[in-house]
Design a protein around this ligand. Sequence first.
Ligand SMILES: Nc1ncnc2c1ncn2[C@@H]1O[C@H](COP(=O)(O)OP(=O)(O)OP(=O)(O)O)[C@@H](O)[C@H]1O
Ligand SMILES: [Mg+2]
Length: 457
Amino acid sequence: LEETVLLVDDEENTRTALSIALTREGYQVLSASSGEMGIEVLDGNPVDIVVTDMKMPGVTGMELLQYVRKHYPEIMVIVITGYASVESAITAMKDGAFDYITKPIKLEEVKITLQKASEKRNLLIENLLLKQQLKGKYKFENMVGTSRSMHEVFSLMEKVVNTESTVLIQGESGTGKELVAKAIHYNGPRKDKPFVAINCAAIPSELLESELFGHLKGSFTGAVANRTGRFELADTGTIFLDEIGSMSLALQGKILRVLQEREYERVGGGRTTKVDVRVISATNVDLEKAVKKGLFRDDLFYRLNVIPIHLPPLRERVEDIPLLAAHFIKKYNEKLGKDIKGLGPGVLDQLSAYDWPGNIRELENIVERALTLTEGRYIEPGSLPQSITLPASDAPFTIGAHIPDKGIDLEKELANFEAAVIKTALKKAGGIKSKAAELLHIKRTTLIEKVKRLKLG
Ligand SMILES: Nc1ncnc2c1ncn2[C@@H]1O[C@H](COP(=O)(O)OP(=O)(O)OP(=O)(O)O)[C@@H](O)[C@H]1O
Ligand SMILES: [Mg+2]
């Protein structure tokens, strides 16, 4: 996949020559004839590498370099300098330029320098992700997050990994409960022993007991052979009781016994079996409420809830979205053989405004889908599902809608409708007016006029 190079030079000849050469090399080339224009292009387009002349009237190459360092630290900058002023190139390197090229320009040198820059850039992005993960005490593999609430989760997890404490993980669907349970198991002393998960809501309650404790042949209709239960499979390891809130009261009593006596009996068999397991459970219903309603045994609740870990919903930690998105982009780039660089302009805003009923799982699905749809190098607003890009609240008047007795103002309705359509187009275009105009089949100037008249901009 091609990388984008921004050429900034006030000399037209140099720009044209480089532009032709780099396009031939497979780069996408943008060019600007001044530092000011360079900044404008940077702000409107995803750029990977900047090649800039040092000496320019107005904003100089040095100033452009500083602007890039400040606003786009992941972009590589290569400076071009006259043979006589190599000193200034060295200053630029000290200020964070990746490399310099001296005039007269040799195309071979430019090619090699650009190649090195793009390799360095890819490394840098990976390191950035790693570093952020470290900052977030990223000890638990595949779990990212730097928000305060996730910090709290990580530090609790660290406290419990080396203990035998019973942990109860609470959180909405898709917040990472199973991931946390696994991370606790695989970072603790039982990591080489089995981790056995069972979703108590997915198994009909009349079968759950035999699933958990096993049964003897003939103990009930359908028990055609002896069966080993999950507790026995998990012996010396960890059992993860997922959605424990949906367990029947009778079975809750049996689980309580395992927790207290460390023993149980198979269905249909009298012999008592000893077991050594760590119990981690999870729920997406409020167990305390269930206790109050008499649906969950309070003695079991207290046994399970020795260490409660609460996973906050994603909408309460939107600051984790950029890192999570980067994490999933990396994951699905590898899986799908893609090379998507990140989120394009406007996408993060939309992701942050959404309320994420399916939490992290939903974000993961959306990133995977967007990666499949994206042809370019950045995820664009157009590859997001409509449920995210079109908030129901700004829905305009729709055909067939009700007209109240006092009537409606047609001009105003039409203006609202026009405004909504334009807003949607602008969103899809990531805020780039010329693109939005194209989407609406109108001239850019017409769009700008309308935006002004409708007070959209
Ligand atoms: N902090 C995180 N960092 C990276 N990936 C995460 C994080 N939390 C969750 N995920 C990913 O999100 C998806 C959903 O997580 P998980 O299955 O653990 O959620 P859950 O709470 O058990 O959901 P459910 O209630 O629907 O069973 C998984 O693919 C998981 O890897
Ligand atoms: Mg789960």
